[in-house]
Design a protein. Structure first.
Length: 204
């Protein structure tokens, strides 16, 4: 028997999934209406307000979910690095997996990052900063483990992490609506750019 709390979570999930389903290469989140989302979810419009204050609140919940899912996946990728090749190869391949399985989540992050809503821009920048911070910490840990006397310092680690995230997110944007073959080429290019970036950083 479904409890009231479980039913509430189920309805909230349905609203979030419906909003994601309505996004596409042609449609941005700001173009979605409350009635459209509730119709897709199969609930009455008045029920929406039991779960979200407004459409912005729904969108922000999706942004937070997208950022968290990506960070969790990349954490898992770092454990796979020990078993399956280089950090760059595993990380880029893992990001591409995320992109394929969460296309509209990433579409939301990409589009609203430069959209008209300041609230969305701030929220997405916060998620990107979390991503950068975790990568920076990982780079710093690798430096300590390798005991490299020429390793980058903390300031350089942050700059490198920011540059790497820019490359990866750009790759995601290019690959978003591409074919499988095109995505493969985009991933190869990103891996090359990341290797060149790290090699250049270690020379300075």
């Amino acid at each position: 028997m479904t409890t009231r709390s479980e039913q509430k979570q189920k309805t909230r999930r349905a609203l979030m999934d419906s909003a994601l389903e309505l996004l596409s290469a042609e449609r941005v989140f700001s173009s979605l209406s409350l009635r459209e989302v509730t119709r897709e979810a199969g609930i009455a419009p008045t029920s929406f307000y039991r779960h979200f204050d407004d459409m912005n609140d729904l969108g922000l919940a999706l942004v937070e979910e997208a950022g968290l899912a990506l960070r969790q996946l990349m954490r898992k990728a770092r454990t796979r690095i020990k078993e399956k090749g280089t950090a760059i190869d595993v990380s880029v391949d893992t990001f591409m997996e995320y992109l394929i399985n969460n296309t509209n989540h990433f579409r939301l992050l990409l589009r609203e990052h430069t959209g008209n809503s300041q609230e969305f821009r701030i929220a997405i920048n916060l998620e990107i900063n979390h991503f950068v911070t975790e990568l920076e910490e990982y780079l710093n840990q690798r430096t300590k483990l390798e005991e490299n006397p020429d390793a980058l310092g903390l300031v350089q680690d942050k700059a490198l992490a920011e540059a790497m995230v820019i490359i990866v997110f750009h790759m995601g944007g290019v690959a978003l609506d591409s074919s499988k073959k095109e995505r493969s080429e985009v991933a190869k290019k990103a891996k090359l750019q990341l290797r060149m970036l790290i090699k250049g950083a270690n020379k300075n």
